[in-house]
Design a protein around this ligand. Structure first.
Ligand SMILES: [Zn+2]
Length: 703
């Protein structure tokens, strides 16, 4: 069994708040633009595209051939294209003309006829195409593909995109569809991909980098390619654990064959989100690359299943407008939960539903409940409330009708756009059950139906047991001691964790035997709850607490290392020697904590101190991913190791494309320059940083 540590967040340690990794979100509210007029006039059918990204200039050159059918006589149609330069176009036929955010195709177009436009273009995209380290990748949804490829921002025009991407000879390219062949020409390698079916432009994508891959084949014969960086060989199995099982499960559960030729997954550096369901080519944050210990703390299973579910719900059938967004996110969240239920069991499924219900109820009680059909709803609504709505709908109409409705809905609207009405029509066609109450309460109503959700949760005997134990929160300790002790040995992690949290406020003299029981339970997650919640370690528990340093969890080890080092100074050398060389998660959480502690431990490896200092400071540099840098900045700040180089790295981080990282860097810089000396140092950086960074600096330096 495996757990995310959602319930632990209230117990984070003050100085280790950095230890709880930021919640990576799975996507974002996608606000579709509507150009209803244009889809009535023209249908873009096919795009044959060759692109050459140029890292040094963060630029892209492309050649495109668009085939389109005219639906209404007109003299012009457009492609969305942000700040693009048309370099050349075919002399005969369609005239091509660029404007600030469009490329116009001009001719005396006649109704019913099919035309082609052929041109070359260049662009320096401000977003959507990114060049972190030695990688290049795209993110279309929320960012608009039209920044790197003339295409259609309106999700309602689906196009068959056949991409050819140029790379250097040593690199690997992943893009939508099937790789037909590669060719070498003028020192470049051209990768030709083929799509057979159309998709919305936000799903077009490519990634270039130094990747290896592991190949699998689904039960139905679909090739599955799992990409990874060569240094991550040992992380391949834990990261991609259950990938084939998830694929086979979803195909069976959904009862509609996977709609594309193949499926690829690629971990990319500095990714903006947890994962993105580009058609046939999911990109995901490399922070999910874990070894077998890291797997116990955070794993890729949920994101893996979520993005795969989108290949049907989102990629094959696509929302018509933003008010139908739950048809993508609610469905992907729900099917990911079903996949996790298949792997981790019913308790896990109900626990996630319960956690989601708690969040939805809290928002709703604050008056922040939203209708599922609100086009501007939050992720919580589109994702979690959407999944709850499907769970309830299935209970109402039964498994068989639910599965038939899903199948009919997908088959009927294959490669088309859909509305909530379209889906409900298919439900009504196969079920006699009146769903008007469901529509009112779960789709239209803004308040969360917590009573109905509660009744549904009570179908799980585990949830009933959990509610019994959590109800003890109100009971005086001496009256519940025995029940908590039983809970600690219950073979379910969540119930044991709940028991541990109830010890926090009680005097240690009373709770000591229960902590002993918790340590002896050998339950990784119960022990982890102790590591994260026990603030002062009594001498009587020292040996047990030290054993946490051996647990197969980087969350536990990080907390235990910090706590033992702090509370038992006489054994610092021993703790450091024991944890030397452990890297931890992709952000090097254990290594960086270790370096910080080694640097400040008096007399510890004095001859190496300089190296440790440099290693830690160097992790702030753009050579590393933002997750590593973010942590390094925190340690550099805590230990006050700021110098010209680290300050420069911090200033550069303020304009990083990853919004979350830029934001935390700005906040940190703002507090750092309150110090006069550091302020003076930052001021002189103006001439050593990029133009974008210099502009940002000018905006905060006020003199
Ligand atoms: Zn999603």
């Amino acid at each position: 069994m495996l757990r995310f540590l959602t319930s632990i967040k209230n117990f984070e340690l003050r100085n280790l708040s950095l230890l709880l990794f930021g919640v990576l979100f799975l996507g974002f509210g996608f606000v579709g633009k509507l150009f209803a007029q244009q889809t009535d006039v023209v249908d873009f059918l096919k795009a044959e595209v060759t692109v050459t990204p140029i890292s040094a200039e963060k630029k892209i050159k492309g050649i495109v051939k668009y085939t389109f059918k005219i639906l209404q006589k007109t003299d012009s149609v457009f492609l969305d294209a942000k700040n693009m330069k048309v370099v050349n176009f075919a002399l005969e036929g369609v005239v091509v003309k660029a404007e600030a955010d469009k490329i116009w195709l001009l001719d005396n177009f006649e109704e019913g006829r099919t035309y082609t436009a052929f041109f070359t273009y260049e662009a320096v995209p401000q977003q959507t195409l990114y060049f972190p380290g030695n990688e290049i990748w795209t993110q279309g949804q929320g960012k608009y593909t039209s920044h790197w490829l003339p295409s259609i921002d309106d999700i309602n025009d689906k196009i068959e995109f056949d991409l050819t991407v140029a790379s250097s000879e040593a690199e690997n390219v992943i893009a939508n569809g099937k790789l037909l062949k590669t060719e070498e020409r003028n020192g470049q390698k051209y990768w030709h991909f083929d799509m057979k079916e159309p998709m919305s432009s936000y799903l077009v994508a490519f990634a270039i980098g130094n990747f290896d891959k592991k190949d699998l084949v689904s039960n139905s014969g679909i090739p599955l390619a799992l990409f990874y960086k060569p240094k991550d060989t040992l992380k391949v199995e834990p990261t991609y654990r259950y990938s084939k099982r998830i694929f086979d499960f979803l195909e069976t559960e959904i009862s509609v064959p996977y709609p594309w030729q193949n499926y690829k997954q690629v971990p990319v550096r500095d990714f903006l989100y947890a994962g993105m369901e580009n058609t046939t080519a999911t990109f995901f944050s490399e922070a999910f690359m874990v070894d077998s210990t890291g797997f116990n703390d955070r794993n890729y299973v949920n994101v893996n299943a979520h993005e795969l579910a989108h290949q049907w719900f989102g990629d094959m059938v696509t929302e018509k407008a933003s008010e139908d967004h739950w048809l993508q996110e609610g469905f992907a969240t729900y099917y990911a939960l079903l996949a996790e239920k298949e792997i981790f069991g019913d308790d896990y499924y109900y626990w996630q539903l319960y956690q989601n219900a708690e969040q939805l109820k809290a928002a709703s009680d604050e008056g922040k409940g939203e209708s599922l059909l609100n086009p501007k709803a939050s992720s919580l609504t589109f994702y979690q409330k959407g999944a709850w709505a499907l769970h309830i709908l299935r209970e109402r109409i039964g498994d068989e009708a639910f599965k038939t409705a899903i199948k009919n809905y997908l088959e009927k609207y294959k490669f088309k756009n859909v509305s909530t009405e379209d889906f409900l029509k298919e439900v009504k066609a196969v079920s006699e059950v009146d769903i008007s109450e469901f529509e009112k309460n779960w789709l239209q109503q803004s308040a969360f139906q917590s009573e109905e959700a509660y009744q549904s949760l009570l179908k799980s005997s585990f949830i009933i047991k959990y509610f019994e134990v959590s109800a003890l929160r109100a009971v005086p300790f001496l009256d519940k001691k025995l029940q908590l002790k039983t809970a600690l040995t219950f073979p379910n992690d969540f119930i044991g964790q709940e028991a541990i949290y109830q010890l926090v406020e009680e005097p240690i003299s009373e709770t000591l035997p229960l902590y002993k029981t918790a340590f002896e339970s050998n339950n990784l997650y119960v022990r982890q709850a102790v590591a994260l919640s026990l603030q002062t370690i009594p001498k009587e528990l020292q040996t047990e607490y030290e054993s946490l340093l051996n647990d197969e969890s980087y969350v536990t080890i990080e907390s235990a290392l910090y706590q033992t080092w702090t509370q038992f100074p006489e054994k610092r050398v021993e703790y450091l020697n024991k944890t030397k060389g452990i890297e931890g998660f992709q952000n090097k959480n254990i290594r960086q904590l270790w370096l910080a502690l080694a640097i400040i431990t008096e007399g510890y490896e004095n001859s190496e101190k300089e190296n440790y200092l440099n290693e830690l400071k160097n992790y702030t540099s753009p050579d590393y991913s933002f997750e590593i840098r973010e942590k390094a900045f925190e340690y550099v700040n805590q230990l006050q190791l700021w110098d010209l180089e680290t300050l420069k790295n911090l200033v550069e981080a303020c304009v990083h494309p990853t919004w979350r990282f830029a934001k935390s860097s700005k906040e940190l810089l703002n507090s750092v320059i309150q110090d006069k000396k550091q302020y003076e140092q930052v001021k002189v950086l103006g001439r050593q940083v990029s133009e974008k960074t210099a502009n940002y600096l000018n905006s905060i330096i006020k003199e």
